[in-house]
Design a protein around this ligand. Structure first.
Ligand code: ADP
Length: 169
């Protein structure tokens, strides 16, 4: 008689977590790749408990970079920024987890590395705003748009890992 409610409870818990799962687009920019920081950056997201569900290395065209940064097209640094993003390989990733969009931004740190806290990726590993080594989606809508821009649906994986019960309880 106890077995069924317990199983139902477990299922509810699992569904509750699934509902809270979100995905963020994270990219290591050409400076981070050239400086040999790929593993360091991936490691920070991985150790936190977030799950890597898509990854590839690509050299974006300038046109593609302009699409990615379309929100910034009126800014004076837009052209230089797009030239820079398309100047070399970028590691494009999708990370999944509870709160990954907002907390991913915390792991990354403030846009200007001079203002990023020590302990953050930009705070520890970058010096100037034009070479701040990493991009992370700034909200649920941009995350969706950026994932769709950089990845085809079949490039996104979906899997469970045995560590999840130790990360989420
Ligand atoms: P974030 O990447 O933290 O979301 P923004 O969306 O404001 O920041 O800007 C996108 C990128 O544009 C930054 O990561 C940085 O590489 C570049 N950028 C922002 N501000 C400047 C600036 N004043 N001068 C040069 N590049 C800038």
């Amino acid at each position: 008689a106890l077995a069924l409610p317990a199983a139902a409870y477990m299922l509810q818990e699992k569904e509750a977590h699934a509902a809270e799962m979100e995905r963020s687009f994270i990219a290591i920019k050409p400076d981070g790749v050239q400086r040999g920081l790929i593993a360091e950056i991936i490691s920070r997201f991985e150790r936190k408990g977030f799950k890597l569900v898509a990854i590839k290395i690509v050299i974006p065209s300038k046109d593609f970079a302009q699409k990615h940064y379309h929100d910034l097209k009126e800014r004076p640094f837009f052209n230089g920024l797009c030239d820079f993003l398309s100047s070399g390989p970028v590691v494009a990733m999708v990370w999944e987890g509870e709160g990954v969009i907002k907390y991913g931004r915390k792991l990354i740190g403030a846009t200007d590395p001079q203002k990023s806290e020590p302990g953050t990726i930009r705070g520890d590993l970058a010096v100037v705003v034009g070479r701040n080594i990493i991009h992370g989606s700034d909200g649920p809508e941009t995350a969706k748009d950026e994932i769709n821009l950089w990845f085809k649906p079949e490039e996104l994986t979906s899997y469970s890992s045995n560590t999840e019960k130790w990360i989420y309880g």
